[in-house]
Design a protein around this ligand. Sequence first.
Ligand code: CDP
Length: 734
Amino acid sequence: MGQLSKRREALLPLRQALPIWFHADEIRKGLRGNKDVMLLVGETGSGKSTQVPQFLLHEAWCKGQIAITQPRRMAAISLARRVAEEMGTPLGSWSPASKVGYSVRFDTSISSSTRIKFLTEGMLLQEMLHDPSLRQYSAVIVDEVHERSVNVDLVLGFLRNLVTRDKKKRKGAPLKVVIMSATADIAALFNFFNEGFEQVSTPQKEPEAQNKQESSYDSESSWSGISDDESSKATGEPVANGRANSSSTGKNVSVSANEPSKAENGHQSQNITTCHIEGRQYPVKIHYLSEPTQDFVETALKSIFQVHHKEPLPGDILVFLTGQDTVESLEKLVNEYAQGLDPSVPKILTLPLFAALPQTAQQKIFQPAPPRTRKVIIATNIAETSVTVPGVRFVVDSGKVKIKQFRNRLGLDSLLVKDISRSAAIQRAGRAGREAPGTCHRLYTEETYREFQPATTPEILRCDLSSALLTMKARGIDDVIGFPLLNRPPRESLEKALLQLFQLGALDDAGKISDFGSKIAKYPLIPSLGRILIEAAGPERDCLLEIIDIIACLSVETIFLNLVSDEKKEEAEEARRELFRREGDHLTFLATVQQYAAEQTDRKAWAEKHFVSHRAMQNVMDIRKQLRNLCMITSLFTHTFDWTQVLSNPSEQTKSSILQSLLRGFAANTARLMPDGSYRTILGNQTVAIHPSSVLFGRKVEAILFSEFVFTNKSYARGVSAVRLDWVGEVLGA
Ligand code: CDP
């Protein structure tokens, strides 16, 4: 027996032990005949993502591929790897015989024989540019819907159209759609799809249905994903399962007990089935702080070592922090403290986990801890529902999350550290009880918990919508208001997004997508970065390679290590000085990439010496390669480039070309110096300060552009470059 078959055999009993295994037949049958949509709810770890595509693969209707979407690239890749192992097939492009592949931004691994394809929501939308009716697929499985990213909302809208209004475009080949979620109440989804089916069966009712839709899904509560029995699960009551406790007979049951819905009230649809998978959840004891903490990284550190000293092995610790920066700071602190541990105490192995982490590092979290060692996984909210980390008995929850939020006053998206919702807190606690009873240490008080919002607001209600609008326009949706969405974004944000697309030249006067817009939409970048890329490729600017390096840096959270101690800060500043460019952060990023790329012997040592994150730089190099490839294979650019040239310090002229290209995309993110020394945004006249992490911090220049906006105790511009005011005027047409 070959290695692959051996592995497949070894994994089979694990698959058979998953709660979903007993529902295989129900799931297959639920999609036969004219049942086109299945709503499937099951706890994280019940086996949805790995098993459902395999269950459907041999169905008679399944002649094409199965797509399964994920909100994050990391999950798409690791799931593909896992399912390939379970099926005993090599992964993706490594072999023409492979049945499983993946496609994520900047990385695709598929072959001609791929049947199951894990891909991010963004990539599925990207594929719709070439194949709007998704004809290569027999089924699209939408996973993790409860996360409610903008992209998933768009995917749901397109899929609803494809199984209802646009069904004929598939020319007789049915498309089956499975919507999967760990927490969502399915009532809103049921109503959403049902309405689509009703509209096609009774076309005369269409206008009324459209109106109804404006309000019907906007009920935040229907997405709350929280109910009393879920709370009891988290507070330590012995629970067989959460509210989604269908009987083991596997009947189609629906929705939460405390929220009647159309589905529950027996409002049946001929086209939609629902399925609940009972979870395995052991009781989780909750500990709160008695006093609020000012510094959750410090408090997390204490909690980790308290658990480590008190609790016997086995039992790993999963810590929820906010972003790559806090994860890396805590990782460093834990490692420093762990060095001083008494030899009689078990060892600690820290493992960071965040979206931008390179593959090899991500895989480590799935491996069991070595003997006499406790794994401490320090994660962002990626571990909340997206990734199941085995072996965890203890959760440390900061109660914070970093989210993107549209700040209308400034007209910009910003990254904010915010309190999580109660449903997120329950999910996080639940991670401790997957394999045995567990404990969750909440780094906030019980009172604070009660003040949390019941559920996280869907991204479409809080983010810049320019990408979403461009996505729709590029796929032929001119009437964005009539597009089916679970939640309708505020009119103000739609208008802002339209304005931004006009400014970028992506829409024409009639509001239709322009040639420029179509070009921008072909790149897996936000519209402003897409615009910059195209500008840089033009003969006038001619700085594409440099801009690719900068965009690669902007695509990871941060390339410079966050420094903990003051003494290190001085050392770092000294070491980084040779990278710093007086023009600002973007040219500093460029210098960093150039020097890192030129380093042939030991890039890791180079990164350490310059206090640059080697991990982030590996990612940057990866994205850089993919973007270069993408630019190479598109015929968007009229003149040829020497892709092999080694870049050196840019000339003054190249530098201004770079900055002017950046301005094309970031014209809305500009500020001018005021007589009192502060900066005010040129559009909007709001005060904004240069972030302390910027090389321009403390400097006074006539105008700045910035690639990111951060709001902590005040408004900060991060990723800042000095620009000339007349350049800004030119771009803004002033
Ligand atoms: O989708 P859902 O959260 O319901 O479960 P899943 O992702 O299909 O995971 C089911 C099980 O497969 C997990 O509990 C893990 O034991 C295993 N798995 C894994 O080992 N490696 C992965 N990359 C994904 C899942």
